[in-house]
Structures are given as structure tokens and as C-alpha cells.
Ligand binder design. Structure first.
Ligand code: OSB
Ligand code: MG
Length: 364
């Protein structure tokens, strides 16, 4: 494929309610959106980089300036989504920016071949994926209300953000309200350290599917913790590359993998990794980065891969945004339908996209 033009935008979408994690309170999501015009047609991608650094070393600003500076090298070259990466030298610092470009190329290619993104990722893609949602940090009274709301909406699995002094008692009350049939897991975003094993052991009683990123420590400390818990460990921030994800499994630092293709820097390499995890019986699930409708659709398509054996952070787009750049994704009972139209299906709504764009640039 040959790219003739690249349109970079920063969009800013207000959240319906603040999303509070250990990284802070997110009240609006600024994100980079990429549109390419190619000899095969148009393609869209969005960038997982968060508005500020914290979750990773990339931000909306660093991703935008990386793409502004470097994506011109792609113009008019004969490229595939895989060979595109050879044009980037400093890509190690900008995995999410690269993944956004790759996604746009995959979308253009899929649209031109009338294949859905889910079928690009797997010929055996599921038709629906289970719906899971993340519940941020909040006072216990609000949390319990949100737990009831989400269960009523149909979610099968709730991921509860935890941190020191917001853990054992919170999960006990949530398990009580949610009942035993709901899948629960906890995400600490690395809030605990090597002296906190005792409190983490207390979480074993709540029958969590896994504890995600409990520690800010290295693999060896996670491996020791894993030995002392009956609850499986899952890593997120500690796995910035696929190579590190493989190593984490090998050294026993975790037994479950949180898949975020933008964090790994490539959608196609992530699919190959999921094929391998599936063959090796390593459970994985697809996480989110509060993406726009483009990235959310890509996440749904990835969650349709047979290697995504656990329910992920795959929820309705209205959970974060009253208005998104794409048509909303909604729950159908307790699942979300996987798009079967070419590429992502219906592209972003031009009128909304223009209204929420705060910065744009054409590379041609
Ligand atoms: O740790 O999984 C995380 C959002 C931004 C950065 C890190 C994380 C998250 C979430 C949100 O938990 C998940 C979602 O997008 O639904
Ligand atoms: Mg996480």
C-alpha cells in the first residue's frame, strides 16, 4: 500500500464522570487520531497514549509530535503494516504512536478487502465478546452504587481499582453486594511494594480472577508474591514489550497477561503473541486505555480472538463518553457485538470529529 496523505488530530472528549486511578483523576480524554489516504482507500487509527505520562512514558503530546516529525517518511513508499515499522528509529519511546499508524494501515487494508478488523486478527473471531468494566477509586458508598449500576447494565466482570487503605474492606463489601456469580478482579496500578504482601494475601478470600499489577517492584519480587498468594497475578504496566511479557511468564512473575496492543507497539505482533499464549494455555484478556471509538472497536476485535480467554475491559463507550467520535458501542445483554463490516465499520462522524478536534495537521 502507498500512503498519499496523513491527517493527524488531537481530539478532546469530556468524560461523563471523572475516572480516578492512582495516576490521578481523568476528566477529559485528549487523544491522537490518525487518518490516512492510501491507494487502497482511507484508514483510521487512534493512539492509546494517555493525556499525561504516568501509565507509560508516552503522552498525547509526545505521540503527536513523534508522528508530526516522523510519519512523513512513510509517504509514497510501498509499505505493509509490518514493514512500516522499519521507518522508525526512535520508536522504542513511542510504541503507541506507531501502533496508531499501524492500525490505520490495517483498517485501510481491511476495508479494501471487505474484511472486518476482527477477521484480520483471527479467522476464528468470536461474534460477541463478554462485557467487562473498570470501577475507579471512589468513596465506598459511591462504589457500591456503581457496582449495582454496572451489574444491572449487564456486565459480567468488574475490575476494581485498589490501593493501600482502599483494598480489603472495599473488596469485602463489593463481593457482598455483587454476589458470588459476578467475576471480580482488582487492579492496583503498582500501588504496593515488597512490604505489603500481608495485606495482598488477605485478598485471597474474595475469589478474584487475578490481581493486576499489584507492585511497583520488578519481576523477581512479583514472582515471590505469586508464590504466597492463591489468587493469580496479572501484569500490565510491567509489560511494555512482548519480549518482557514472555519473560514475566517464564520467571513466574505473573500467570495472566493484560493485553494492550498500543502498549506493545503493534496490533499484528500482539495477535501473534496471543496465538502463542493460546497454544501455551496462558490466559489473556484485552485491557483498555479509555480510547476513542476507534481504539475501542480495535479492542473489541482483539477480544474476539480465541486467545483472549478471560473477560476484558470491554464495555459500552458511554461508560466514559457522552459523545464519542464514532457511533456508541452498547451492551447487548451481557456481551458486545463484534463488528462484521469492513475495517472498523462506520468511520468517525465528521461533524463530531471536527467539533472535538483541538489541533490538526496534514502530512502530504
Ligand atoms: O491500568 O488498566 C489500567 C486506563 C488508563 C491507563 C491504565 C488503565 C486504565 C483502565 C481503564 O483501567 C480501562 C478501560 O479503558 O476501560
Ligand atoms: Mg491496569
Amino acid at each position: 500500500m502507498r500512503i498519499g496523505k496523513i491527517e493527524l488530530r488531537v481530539v478532546d472528549l469530556p468524560l461523563v464522570q471523572p475516572f480516578v486511578t492512582g495516576f490521578g483523576s481523568l476528566t477529559s480524554r485528549s487523544a491522537v487520531v490518525v487518518r490516512i489516504e492510501t491507494d487502497l482507500g482511507e484508514g483510521w487509527g487512534d493512539c492509546g497514549a494517555m493525556p499525561t505520562i504516568g501509565y507509560s512514558q508516552e503522552s498525547t503530546e509526545t505521540a503527536f509530535s513523534f508522528l508530526q516529525k516522523n510519519s512523513g517518511a512513510l509517504l509514497h513508499e510501498d509499505l505493509s503494516p509490518a514493514t512500516m515499522r522499519q521507518h522508525f528509529q526512535d520508536a522504542a519511546e513511542n510504541p503507541m504512536a506507531c501502533a496508531a499508524l499501524e492500525l490505520a494501515m490495517l483498517d485501510a487494508q481491511a476495508r479494501s478487502q471487505s474484511i472486518s478488523i476482527a477477521n484480520v486478527f483471527s479467522q476464528d473471531a468470536r461474534k460477541t465478546v463478554p462485557a467487562g468494566v473498570v470501577i475507579g477509586l471512589a468513596p465506598i458508598f459511591e462504589l457500591l452504587q456503581e457496582v449495582e449500576l454496572r451489574i444491572g447494565e449487564g456486565y459480567q466482570r468488574l475490575k476494581i481499582k485498589i490501593q493501600p487503605d482502599h483494598d480489603v474492606d472495599v473488596l469485602r463489601q463489593i463481593r457482598h453486594v455483587a454476589g458470588d456469580a459476578i467475576e471480580l478482579c482488582a487492579d492496583a496500578n503498582g500501588a504496593y511494594g515488597k512490604d505489603d504482601f500481608k495485606v495482598l494475601q488477605k485478598l485471597d478470600e474474595f475469589n478474584l480472577s487475578y490481581i493486576e499489577q499489584p507492585l511497583h517492584e520488578d519481576f523477581s519480587v512479583h514472582a515471590v508474591l505469586a508464590q504466597q498468594l492463591s489468587t493469580p497475578l496479572c501484569l500490565d504496566e510491567s509489560l511494555p514489550t512482548i519480549a518482557l511479557a514472555k519473560r514475566a511468564i517464564d520467571v513466574g512473575a505473573c500467570s495472566v497477561i493484560c493485553i494492550k496492543a498500543p502498549r506493545f507497539g503493534s496490533w499484528t505482533e500482539t495477535v501473534a503473541f496471543m496465538d502463542q499464549c493460546h497454544a501455551d494455555n496462558i490466559p489473556t484478556w484485552v485491557g483498555g486505555l479509555v480510547e476513542t471509538g476507534i481504539g475501542r472497536r480495535a479492542n473489541v476485535a482483539l477480544a474476539a480472538h480465541p486467545g483472549a480467554t478471560l473477560c476484558g475491559d470491554i464495555g459500552a463507550t458511554g461508560r466514559f463518553f457522552a459523545e464519542d467520535i464514532c457511533a456508541p458501542l452498547t451492551l447487548d445483554g451481557s456481551v458486545i457485538a463484534v463488528n462484521d463490516q469492513p475495517g472498523f465499520g462506520e468511520p468517525p462522524t465528521k461533524e463530531v470529529l471536527d467539533r472535538v478536534t483541538v489541533r490538526s495537521e496534514f502530512i502530504a
